[in-house]
Design a binder for this molecule. Structure first.
Ligand code: CA
Ligand code: CA
Length: 694
């Protein structure tokens, strides 16, 4: 299972952007809203110093010192003696239900999100297959919380705790809930449970402990955290991208989900992802959600809504939350701006790498989607509609397994090379072969290699060499070559016909969304080879497997076909893009885009006030400072799935929260900003229980 953890790291980095770092919450994408802070990136293989603060007092030294060493500090005595919990505490479904009923969503929504969020009832987002507004969900109910504790049988003697003097209701418990320091969301989630559990029974004690990120991560990797809050920012807008990680994928491993429960989820996941018809998928995923509700491996928390700003002189921005930040091609600025041809975006998080096969954070993704291009791209604001980009069109076989794309002719890369079908095939082959769990390649590996085959090493040694190039190189060269040939056989270019044919392992409902993001970017094969990349041969691919951003020759250079070219990247300071004058499609309106890394909010705010920034990151708690500058707003209309037309705002009352803060009127305002408010985001947090705490 440990090989899965690297996915977790990358996803956490992604998720932290949207969810929780620095105590902010953000809806990713589009309207610049809050934070982009990449929490300390811990690369697999580095030593992580664990600084666990042991506040529990272990039992007196026994005859068997080995047992004492294995005590988990977060479980107190590690026993059901009123001073701890046994490692199997959460394998009792009534305990999990009790915790769910003891959670109060309203406090979280009010305190962390300042009312701009709604309770999530299932793992997926609203409107996705499996989302059923009539389905049962947990809500705050202290009586039911007590009832469930009394039904539990933590000492497993067959007598429910309500009737059992040495079970949890009479004995009580003590457990620690952890958060990574600065993560206000996780801290408040723990405080809510702490207060409500104590109210249900004064013998129920939750201690809250903040740990530095590396220590928190180490404890999580070691499966030691009894109960955790884990976030997800979707990679693609598809139900599979939600249901899979929380059960069989990333988090299922972390919470030691029992094999039989995991198998039930997996059966439904495998059925669901192979279906192309949304109605059929809906039925399968409804069963999935019912199973999740009954077993309560986790409790979905809330969905935040957007609250982002831009200067009123900005025009033409496409507000699609699946975008990695902003798509600049359509943006222009009116003459009211002091600099109408340069767009300045102030952010917090620097990029990691410009290699499309490796980049897996939104700051890097932001550059990729403007510099590189994919076969298909999003249609305007919709997260689930696609239009041709570097493909001119495509066909799919009746059984859904063979996709043929016609590659656009006459397209040039920034460095001058011509786009060919071979470039397309090479780019996908290179990505899958480069693999590694720090990368997004698991998204591409599964459709081609099969469900669960989420890294190229899975078809070589069942993943034994995952993220470990040395171990990979020790495999039989014939086996390595065969794996590469398998990939090449599934992705075939015909340069004369101008087509690329993909043969999938099975039908894959979300295939178009899977290739529409940064990891589906097309590179110029000849340029990659000239710059020290894989030469395209099945004898050499293993030398670039599991690339890290530090060693990757394509981390700091870029050569795409997009409407912008990379001008320069000064790490930690700025990334500058310039207009591609030879763009094949409708060219960019801006000459230049400057993305500046400005960690300090006061500096970002001052530049916004001075008109030197077109958009900035604003943490939730700082909205109160920025809102008075709002002169017009666009309110999201959920019925039509789009932002409404521009309304003037003539009064902002910061004593109120959410939309109520703004009064619409007919008179234009002198205030400089436009507010986008109310669009549901693409991320959420879930409370997860650890079934067998290690
Ligand atoms: Ca009992
Ligand atoms: Ca080429």
């Amino acid at each position: 299972m440990s090989r899965k953890l690297n996915i977790v790291i990358s996803l956490l980095i992604l998720a932290s952007i949207a969810l929780t770092a620095c105590g902010t919450t953000a809806t990713p994408g589009t309207v610049k809203e809050t934070v982009v802070v990449v929490e300390t990136k811990v690369v697999e293989g580095e030593t992580v110093v664990q600084e666990v603060v042991i506040t529990a007092t272990p039992e007196p030294v026994s005859e068997t010192p080995a047992e004492e060493v294995s005590l988990n500090p977060y479980l107190g005595s590690n026993k059901l003696d009123g001073n701890g919990i046994p490692p199997t505490f959460f394998d009792d479904v009534h305990i999990r239900k009790a915790f769910a009923y003891c959670f109060d969503w309203t406090i979280l929504i009010d305190e962390v999100y300042q009312t701009e969020a709604v309770q999530s009832k299932v793992l997926s987002l609203t409107g996705m297959p499996g989302f059923d507004p009539e389905a049962p969900f947990y809500s705050f109910d202290l009586e039911k919380c007590a009832e469930e504790f009394k039904l539990a049988d933590v000492d497993k003697d067959g007598v429910a705790a309500g009737e059992d003097p040495d079970d949890v209701w009479e004995m009580g418990f003590r457990v620690q809930m952890l958060y990574n320091t600065g993560n206000t969301t996780r801290q408040i989630v723990a405080e809510i449970l702490q207060g409500n559990l104590a109210e249900v029974n004064e013998k129920f004690v939750v201690e809250i402990l903040g740990l530095p990120w590396p220590s928190y991560l180490a404890s999580q990797r070691a499966h030691k955290i009894p109960i955790m809050t884990a976030g997800w920012l979707e990679d693609i807008h598809d139900a599979h991208n939600w249901y899979q990680p929380y059960t069989t994928g990333t988090y299922g491993a972390r919470q030691n989900m029992p094999a039989d429960m995991k198998a039930q989820f997996k059966t439904l996941l495998d059925q669901g992802v192979a279906l192309v018809d949304p109605a059929q998928r809906h039925e399968v995923y409804k069963q999935f959600n019912q199973l999740y509700y009954e077993n309560v491996p986790g409790v979905p928390l809330v969905l935040a809504t957007s609250h982002g700003y831009e200067q009123k002189w900005v025009e033409g921005r496409i507000n699609n939350p699946i975008f990695s930040d902003t798509y600049y091609r359509t943006i222009s600025k009116t003459a009211a701006s002091p600099d109408p041809t340069t767009f300045t975006d102030l952010t917090i998080g620097d990029a990691d790498t410009f290699d499309p096969a490796l980049a897996y954070d939104t700051s890097s993704g932001n550059i990729l989607q403007n510099v590189y291009e994919t076969l298909v791209f999003y249609d305007g604001e919709a997260t689930d509609k696609f239009v041709p980009q570097l493909a001119e069109g495509w066909t799919v076989s009746d059984d859904g397994t063979v996709w043929t794309f016609n590659i656009r002719q006459g397209v040039k890369f920034h460095a001058g090379g011509d786009l060919s079908a071979s470039d397309v095939a090479y780019s996908f082959q290179r990505g899958i072969l480069q693999g590694g769990y720090s990368s997004p390649q698991w998204l591409l590996a599964e459709p081609f290699l099969g469900v669960g085959m989420d890294d190229i090493t899975m078809i070589i040694d069942e993943g034994a060499s995952a993220d470990d190039r040395e171990t990979l190189l020790a495999n039989d060269p014939a086996v390595l070559k065969a794996a590469c040939e398998t990939v090449q056989s599934k992705i075939v270019a015909d340069d004369a016909a101008g087509t690329v044919t993909f043969t999938l392992a099975q039908a894959w409902g979300p295939f178009l969304p899977t290739i529409a993001n940064g990891w589906g970017s097309i590179m110029d094969k000849e340029w990659v080879i000239e710059n020290g990349g894989w030469d395209g041969s099945c004898d050499t691919w293993q030398n670039t497997y599991g690339m890290t951003s530090a060693e990757d020759p394509f981390s700091q250079i870029a050569n795409g076909t997009g409407a912008f070219k990379l001008d320069h990247w000064t790490q930690g300071e700025e990334i500058v893009l310039v207009k591609n004058e030879n763009y094949w499609g409708e060219p960019a309106k801006l000459d230049r885009v400057v993305i500046k890394i400005v960690p300090e909010f006061g500096t970002r705010f001052a530049m916004l006030q001075a008109g030197e920034a077109d958009t900035i990151d604003v943490p939730v708690e700082m909205r109160v400072q920025v809102d008075p500058m709002v002169g017009e707003m666009r309110v999201y209309d959920t019925a039509n799935s789009t932002y409404g037309s521009i309304q003037n705002v003539c009064e902002v009352n910061t004593d109120l929260l959410g939309l109520e803060r703004f009064t619409a009127c007919d008179t234009p305002s002198d205030q400089p900003l436009r507010l986008y408010i109310g669009r549901p985001g693409l991320s959420q947090d879930v409370i997860l229980f650890n079934f067998l705490i290690e």
